[in-house]
Unconditional design. Sequence first.
Length: 78
Amino acid sequence: MATPSGQQPAQPHGQPPTIIINNSSSAAASSVSGLGGAGLRRRRQSLWAHFWLLMFTAGIGNVFYCMHVSRWNRDRGL
């Protein structure tokens, strides 16, 4: 049986088409995510935290905040 012009042939009922979605940009990127465990990322110094600590603690809080972040990264080997 021929299909009329301008129409797609109907798909047979049964199994839906297989759809593959590859979201990783490279194989190396996907392998790195499994190495560090769940959510182990290097903590960064926050500009806003340093600004507000400078305003409210006259700079003393900046020293303790910097030590805290550095120790957190060092303890986790990051």
